[in-house]
Design a protein around this ligand. Sequence first.
Ligand code: MN
Length: 129
Amino acid sequence: MKVFHGAVEGAISEQRGATFSGVVWADPVMPTTDGVTINNVSFNPGARTFWHYHEQGQMLYVTAGSGWICLEGSEPQVIRQGDTVWIGPNERHWHGANTRNFMVHTATSIGKTVWQEAVADVDYLRSAD
Ligand code: MN
């Protein structure tokens, strides 16, 4: 057992670039422990992840704002504060803010995350249709 206390005084947030589009900040909640990683992630309007999948799945809990989650081959779905999403193992997807709101979620990822290509603007903006 390990206890991970809240934000450590002086700890700095990480700006995420390589696998995200737009302005995205992350604070670790629990560093990878027994294959489980937990982060609070903040997306500016228009920001989103690249396409990716999680080898053993991921749970998202939206703590503020609203945005979109999209499973490949399906229409994007609206998610907003209070919503919980379970993404199964190896389901290719992306998530992020919408164009007019920020979105903050707590992401609990199990196993390795495999990052792929950026979500094209044409696919991202399809969410707004
Ligand atoms: Mn994900």
